[in-house]
Design a protein around this ligand. Structure first.
Ligand code: GAR
Length: 212
């Protein structure tokens, strides 16, 4: 069975969704860059090995990234999933895990890379927002897209209500993306595109606000 390591920085709800899903791969470990990340306790309670590599203890990004890669590689994973891991990764780290490193981001990329995605979407008045799972490249938040989920933005939405609606969908699409990766149903080709072995094309049109 393939193995994955999950990287977190905080709450860990996406990590929890991955741990709860019946994935066709083993979660070998959860690694955090913060010792106080609440997600670490959730992982420990499920008997998953955890490790902490605190970014503050390293002089620069490259030395942190090499220590992080060493910690990850000790678990010998096939794949690495960033689940709310809030550090920008160096080119060396990204290339070491080329085609094996995925991330979840709370927007419909390429719109709203970076932080505060929900408040920016509300500010712009977009009517459809969502989340994306993508392969990580050096182009932060803009790697090849694996799967996206769209949600309506409602008139009374606050940043919190919109974030909650998006997060529910994050918890659906991230396990699906990792399951596809672990069963070789997707791969990153030489042109940087995501190839599906047998993509079940489905879905429906989301019109927001709905037509009368
Ligand atoms: C999630 O919404 C995730 O998409 C986002 O951080 C949150 C972590 O929540 N990630 C990013 O913004 C990465 N650019 P979680 O710790 O409960 O999974």
């Amino acid at each position: 069975m393939k193995k994955a390591v999950i990287l977190i920085s905080g709450r860990g709800s996406n990590m929890q969704a991955l741990l709860k899903a019946k994935l066709p791969c083993a979660i070998a470990a959860v690694v955090s860059n913060r010792a106080d990340a609440p997600g670490l306790d959730i992982a420990k309670a499920r008997g998953i090995p955890t490790a902490v590599v605190e970014h503050g203890s390293y002089a620069d990004r490259d030395s942190f990234d090499s220590a992080l890669a060493k910690t990850i590689d000790a678990f010998n994973p096939d794949f690495v999933a960033l689940a709310g891991f809030m550090r920008i990764l160096s080119a060396g780290f990204v290339s070491h895990y080329h085609g094996r490193l995925i991330n979840i981001h709370p927007s419909l990329l390429p719109a709203y890379g970076g932080l505060n995605t929900h408040s920016r979407a509300l500010h712009d008045g977009v009517k459809i927002h969502g989340c994306t799972v993508h392969f990580v490249t050096t182009d932060v938040d803009h790697g090849p897209i694996i799967i996206q989920a769209a949600v309506p933005v409602l008139q009374d939405d606050t940043e919190q209500s919109l974030a909650a609606r998006v997060l529910r969908e994050e918890h659906h699409i991230y396990p699906q993306a990792l399951a596809w990766l672990c069963t070789s149903q997707i791969e990153l080709n030489a042109q940087g595109k995501v190839l599906f072995q047998h993509q079940k094309q489905s879905g429906f049109t989301l019109v927001s606000p709905g037509l009368e």
